[in-house]
Write a protein of this length. Sequence first.
Length: 346
Amino acid sequence: MSTEIRTDVVVVGAGPVGLFALFELGMLKLRAAVVDTLDMPGGQCAALYPEKPIYDIPGAPSILAGDLVDRLVAQVAPFEPAYHLGQQVTALAKGEDGLFHLETSKGTRLAATAVVIAAGAGAFGPNRPPLEGLLQYEGRGDGTGVHYLVRRREDFRGKRLVIAGGGDSALDWTLSLAELAEKIYVVHRRPQFRGAPESVARMHALAADANGKVELVVPYQLAGLAGSDGRLAGVEVRTLEGQSRMLEADALLAFFGLSMNLGPIAKWGLALDMHHLVVEPSTCQTSVPGIFAIGDIATYPKKLKLILSGFAEAAQAAHAIRPLCRPGEVLHWEYSTTAGVPGAAS
């Protein structure tokens, strides 16, 4: 059996919010380890859409998801957190010594005073539209066929695209790929979109442009796929009244969100609300003292599912954790402009 590794805090999930939690813990002089099922830090930002632009990071009018991850990794580097990647936390229990004992799918054993769950959507996969013959068009790496994410924008240069969905992913990729694609059809079941108002306004401006590169196809829903030998040629769309259109297309980008599966986390005895972990908003502590949840996996009244909310929750959790790890030790808090960061350039 492997030797147990002792640390102050174990962070479950190395997405952007988990990475920022490592930074906040480091600023409070707490030792931290992070576990993630992916073999690289960054979570969905790194695995699903590294080239997706993000517009709501303070101080960055636009930043690619992959670049944000790189900066967060660099930011936390001075604190030397222990990365345990490519493995899943399979067991968690509190021992008689008052510590949480965790074990991973690779047999790594960790012991910590506190645990921070920053697992995003948990184990995730795309919500596929119910279209006949869908699978034969999936998995193509040349920018054609059916896709649920964009890893490389360049793959779609000069392509005719159908983008389906009404949320931020559909809007963001419409705005981003309009520079490259030959034609983009945006298909949504109703005229109203759920994304950020500024993104909606920019998309409508593109659709109103005389070049006609972006066309809004509303209110329509996906109805079928056309093609042969696994190569997509068109996407059929239909209104609720039965009116149909065939959109000539090389690729369908279907953005209907991710299905969520908490995996082993669901068995840890934590209070749940619709596959999310219920937390106390001021501390982000779950129903089990010493276990905290931040980011998309955490829920509380009027929660905003924004990446910046997750960053704030990381700071709240870190400050709630410090007295657990350093009982009786007074915190002489200083802002980072005063205290600085070890190893950072002045």
